[in-house]
Design a protein around this ligand. Structure first.
Ligand code: FAD
Ligand code: PYC
Length: 413
C-alpha cells in the first residue's frame, strides 16, 4: 500500500493539498509545449522533467486534464499483441505500469486479473495461436487454452453462447490488468508539476507558428507562446491540429462507446473479450461492470452516445452472461478514437522540425500511456526517435511499411 494512503487513513484531519499547481499566467516562452493534457501528454511532461531535466515545459489542455479519452476508456492493459514491434513496445509499458503507484505515491488501483480473448471459430483459434507464439517468443506470458479452461476460470459464462457461437478456446494472457484511469492523469500531472512543469487547463491551442520549416510557437485562447519544441498529443483532435500545419495523416475518427452497470458483488475476476460477439467486460474494485463494443461504424467527430449501442451491446452480453438480464446500466459515454489503417500508433518526428506527434491511439492507447510518455520524452529531448517507436513513424504510410496490428485489437472493427 502506498505510504501516503496509509498516512491519510491514520490522520486526524484530512486537508489534502491540490494535486498540481495552477499557475495564473502563461509565460511568453517555454523550452517545450505539450498540446493535450491526457495521459500521453502528461506522461511525456513527467518523463521530460524526471529523466531529461527539461522543466520549463507547459502542458496546454483545452478542457480539464484526463477529460478526453484518458477519462473515457475501459482501462484494459495488456501486451498480447500480434507483431514483434507491438509486443516489445506494450510489454515495456506493462513493466512501467507495475511500478507506477509506487513512483507516484498514489494508488492507481492497478489490478492484475488475467485476460481472455475468446475464439468462437477455427480462424480465431489460429489467430490466437499465432499471437501466443509471438508473445512467448518475446517473453510475454500468453497461451492458447481450451473451452474447459475458460469455463473453469469463469463459471458464470454460458460458453455455448445460447448454442449458436460456442466458445472454442481463448488466448489467455495472465498479466492482463485494469487501473483507475483518472488517477493516472492526476499522478502524471502531479509528478510533472512537482518537478516544475506548468499545467494550464482551459487553454486551447488555436494555431501553430513556423519559420523556415521549424516550429516557433503556438497561439492559444489565452495568448501567444514561443517555443522550439511542440508535442501534439490530442488523440481524436489530431486531424484539426495537423491542419494548422498543413500536414497530412491517414487518421480517421470514429466514436467508441462504453457503459457501466450498477455495482454488484464481485463475481468476475478476469477480463473477458470476444471480438466475434463485439463485447468486452471487466469488473472494477467498486463492483461495476465496465463494458464496451466495437467502434461506431461511421466517421464522426463527436462524443455523443446512443441507445442503439446500449441495446446492441446488452444483447451480445446476454449471450455470454444471461444472468445479467436484470442488472441496470447506470452510465454510458463515448470518446473519439483516432484510428490508423494498420491499428498501430503514429509516434515521433514529423517533416516540420521541432514538431513531434503522438497519435493514432484509436481504441488501444491507455495501456501505452507510460511507454508513450517515456519514449516521446526521449525523442523530444534527443531529437531522434527512441528505438521502441522507430517503426511507428508517420512516414511509414508513404513507404507502405505498415505494422499490421489489427488482429490484436481487442474488439472487432
Ligand atoms: P486524450 O486523453 O484524449 O487527451 C487528449 C487531450 O487533448 C484531451 O484532453 C483534449 O481535450 C486535448 N485537446 C484536444 N485539442 C486540443 C487543443 N486544440 N488545445 C488543447 N488541448 C486540446 N485503450 C486501452 O489501452 N485500453 C482500453 O480498454 C481502452 N478502452 C477504450 C474505451 C473507450 C470508450 C475509448 C474512447 C477509448 C479506449 N481506449 C482504450 C483508447 C484510449 O482511451 C486512448 O487511446 C488514450 O486514452 C489516448 O490518450 P491521450 O492522452 O493520447 O488522449
Ligand atoms: O486495447 O485492450 C484494448 C481495448 C479493450 C477495449 C478497448 N480497447
Amino acid at each position: 500500500m502506498p505510504l501516503r494512503l496509509l498516512k491519510f487513513a491514520l490522520a486526524q484531519n484530512h486537508p489534502e493539498p491540490r494535486m498540481f499547481r495552477q499557475p495564473d499566467r502563461l509565460q511568453s516562452n517555454y523550452d517545450a509545449v505539450i498540446i493535450g493534457g491526457g495521459g500521453h501528454g502528461l506522461a511525456a511532461a513527467y518523463y521530460l522533467a524526471r529523466d531529461h531535466g527539461m522543466t520549463k515545459v507547459a502542458v496546454l489542455e483545452q478542457g480539464y486534464i484526463g477529460g478526453g479519452n484518458t477519462g473515457r476508456n475501459t482501462t484494459i492493459i495488456r501486451s498480447n499483441y500480434l507483431t514483434p514491434e507491438g509486443v516489445k513496445f506494450y510489454d515495456e509499458s506493462v513493466r512501467l505500469w507495475q511500478d507506477l503507484s509506487t513512483d507516484f505515491d498514489l494508488n492507481l488501483f492497478y489490478s492484475t486479473r488475467g485476460h481472455f480473448t475468446l475464439a468462437h471459430t477455427d480462424a480465431a483459434v489460429r489467430t490466437m495461436r499465432q499471437r501466443a507464439e509471438v508473445n512467448k517468443h518475446y517473453g510475454v506470458d500468453s497461451e492458447l487454452v481450451d473451452a474447459a479452461a475458460v469455463q473453469a476460470a469463469c463459471p458464470e459464462m454460458d460458453i455455448t453462447c445460447g448454442g449458436h457461437t460456442p466458445v472454442m478456446g481463448a488466448l489467455y494472457h495472465a498479466p492482463g490488468s485494469i487501473a483507475r484511469h483518472d488517477a493516472v492523469a492526476w499522478g502524471y500531472g502531479r509528478g510533472a508539476s512537482d518537478r516544475g512543469v506548468e499545467i494550464h487547463q482551459q487553454t486551447e491551442v488555436l494555431g501553430i507558428t513556423t519559420q523556415s520549416g521549424r516550429v516557433t510557437g503556438v497561439q492559444t485562447s489565452r495568448g501567444e507562446i514561443s517555443t522550439p519544441r511542440i508535442l501534439c498529443a490530442v488523440a481524436g483532435s489530431t486531424p484539426r491540429l495537423l491542419q494548422m500545419l498543413e500536414l497530412r495523416s491517414p487518421l480517421y475518427i470514429h466514436p467508441l462507446q462504453a457503459m457501466v452497470s450498477e455495482p454488484m458483488k464481485p463475481w468476475l475476476d478476469p477480463i473477458i473479450v470476444s471480438g466475434s460477439l463485439h463485447v468486452y467486460i471487466s469488473q472494477t474494485a467498486r463492483g461495476e461492470l465496465v463494458m464496451g463494443a466495437s467502434l461506431d461504424p461511421y466517421e464522426l467527430h463527436s462524443t455523443r452516445s446512443t441507445l442503439d449501442f446500449a441495446e446492441g451491446l446488452s444483447a451480445h452480453m446476454l449471450e455470454l452472461f444471461p444472468f445479467l438480464s436484470h442488472v441496470k446500466i447506470v452510465r454510458q459515454w463515448a470518446g473519439m478514437a483516432d484510428m490508423t489503417p494498420d491499428f498501430a500508433p503514429i509516434m515521433g518526428k514529423t517533416p516540420i522540425a521541432g514538431f513531434y506527434l503522438d497519435a493514432g491511439w484509436g481504441t488501444w492507447g491507455f495501456k501505452a500511456t507510460p511507454v508513450s510518455g517515456k519514449t516521446m520524452a526521449y525523442t523530444m529531448a534527443c531529437d531522434r526517435p527512441h528505438h521502441l517507436i522507430r517503426d511507428f513513424s508517420l512516414e511509414r504510410f508513404e513507404k507502405y511499411d505498415l505494422v499490421a496490428e489489427k488482429g490484436a485489437a481487442s474488439v472487432g472493427h
